[in-house]
Ligand binder design. Structure first.
Ligand SMILES: Cc1cc2nc3c(=O)[nH]c(=O)nc-3n(C[C@H](O)[C@H](O)[C@H](O)COP(=O)(O)OP(=O)(O)OC[C@H]3O[C@@H](n4cnc5c(N)ncnc54)[C@H](O)[C@@H]3O)c2cc1C
Length: 418
């Protein structure tokens, strides 16, 4: 018995040592699947860590989207609000969005429910809340570049290599000492670390389930871009984001966001589809806000995560951004930033074994996303119950209005800071 325990202890310490040797060192190959915000930001932080540690690593981003394309081809399908904390974090990381990319600087939110309307002015001063396009803008008016292309270029400048290819297959070895292989139409690449930043709609998701990974559950969302002209937006919409919550079964909320001459209008929820969005736009509530015969420039339906992934890491593998952990219905771009930053730090400081990720990556994510999401889900459920009952909704709006009149920052904090 004594001998068994002795051998077991010894075995564990040898195993721990072997696992700890799974580290990023000079010559290591890091591949990232996905050149969206999470992928580009991870690459950027990885290059920074490597340079600070004086190690020479090869960071390759495999990106299958041409962000210079206008319309849905170049765009992931997102309303494109950069909250003030993300704006601040980007600037602190010396990632400053060019002026021409910023479509609008937001002053406040306008809420509409069965209980009435309420305008909440932005009082917090962390930074600007801005709107932008992820790709190259709507079909009718291509821009000179959007947010995702800008982040990818930034990663390139920091030293990452960008390969415009779809990863079609991944071979996970049986033994953690062997490398992972990623395959595209031009060949294969053996990597010491694979970072999955492929979002929630990629066919490659299935392959990762071999490792025990379970992707986040998702709900639907449909968006439309309307060209209203800059003068119209300035006069009637101003720098305000409109949020609609009516407690309609299967539609969690509607949203309207100004972007210079465009308005992005969307609905989110398990019953969202293009028909429902068109009905929403022609409802008196929305149509009164639009010019006569509005020009629809672009439209798409997409998905948004509503739970976190399970087991988004194993030896030599880390899955981040929407595909990993993100905050419930909130600031997915900021989640992408945070998860990329935490991931890069864990990789360079603690190694790339499953145990290291469990010990150093997961606890931080749990704090940032997992616990937070429980509260987020409860708040949304509560809001749904309130919004679907007129009397509750009126009472809720009354309390919110009083709070706003007294100049309290509660709503402001929930909206902008949490
Ligand atoms: C309707 C909607 C509105 C939203 N609005 C906001 C908002 O206003 N503010 C906010 O902060 N967040 C918002 N979000 C959330 C935000 O869009 C996401 O959180 C964010 O895009 C996540 O970034 P990511 O890099 O993890 O994934 P993605 O942005 O999805 O990027 C994944 C990338 O990987 C690529 N890819 C996939 N598979 C492969 C492959 N096999 N090979 C190569 N490349 C591959 C994809 O083409 C894509 O470019 C919104 C989301 C939706 C759906």
């Amino acid at each position: 018995m004594y001998i068994d325990i002795y051998y077991m202890d010894n075995y564990l310490s040898i195993m721990a040592k072997t696992k700890n040797e799974l580290m990023i060192t000079s010559g290591s190959e890091i591949a990232i699947i996905g050149g969206g915000p999470a992928g580009s930001l991870f690459a950027r932080f990885a290059c920074e860590y490597a340079s600070k540690r004086g190690i020479d690593v090869n960071v390759t981003i495999y990106s299958n989207r041409q962000f210079s394309d206008a319309g849905p081809k170049g765009c992931k399908g997102c309303v494109g609000v950069v909250n003030e904390r993300l704006n601040e974090k980007l600037k602190q990381a010396h990632i400053v969005m060019p002026e021409e990319m910023i479509m609008q600087t937001i002053d406040g939110y306008h809420f509409t429910s069965k209980g009435g309307e309420l305008y909440v002015k932005k009082k917090t001063k962390v930074d600007d809340i801005v709107t932008m396009f992820r790709g190259n803008g709507p079909f009718c008016s291509p821009l000179s570049g959007g947010f995702d292309g800008f982040l990818l270029e930034h990663a390139k400048k920091m030293g990452a290599r960008v390969v415009q290819e779809t990863i079609r297959n991944v071979i996970f070895p049986q033994n953690e000492r062997e490398k992972i292989t990623v395959e595209n139409s031009r060949g294969s690449h053996q990597v010491d670390l694979l970072v999955g930043a492929f979002g929630i709609r990629s066919p490659i998701l299935k392959k990762f389930q071999e490792t025990g990974y379970i992707p986040p559950q998702t709900t639907k969302s449909c968006l439309i871009e309307i060209d209203c002209g800059e003068a119209y937006i300035e006069k009637f919409i101003k720098n305000t984001i409109y949020i609609y919550s009516f407690g309609i079964h299967g539609i969690d909320y509607g949203i309207m966001i100004p972007k210079k001459r465009f308005l992005t209008i969307g609905i989110v929820g398990k019953n969202a589809n293009m028909n429902k969005l068109h009905n929403f736009i022609s409802s008196s509530l929305i149509s009164k806000m639009l010019p006569e015969n509005p020009t629809i420039c672009c439209q798409c339906c997409t998905r948004i995560p509503v739970t976190n992934a399970k087991n988004p890491f194993s030896d030599r593998l880390l899955i981040i951004g929407d595909a990993g952990y993100s905050r419930y219905y909130k600031n997915g771009l900021e989640s992408a930033f945070i998860s990329a930053q935490i991931a890069a730090r864990a990789v360079f400081e603690s190694g790339i074994s499953k145990e290291a990720f469990e010990k150093y990556y997961y606890p931080l994510c749990k704090k940032m996303f997992i616990t937070d999401n429980l509260y987020g889900q409860m708040l949304f459920k509560l809001n749904h119950i309130i919004s679907s009952h007129e009397i509750l909704s009126i009472a809720h709006m009354d309390i919110a209005r009083k709070d706003e009149r007294k100049g309290h920052q509660h709503l402001d904090d929930i909206q902008w800071k949490q």
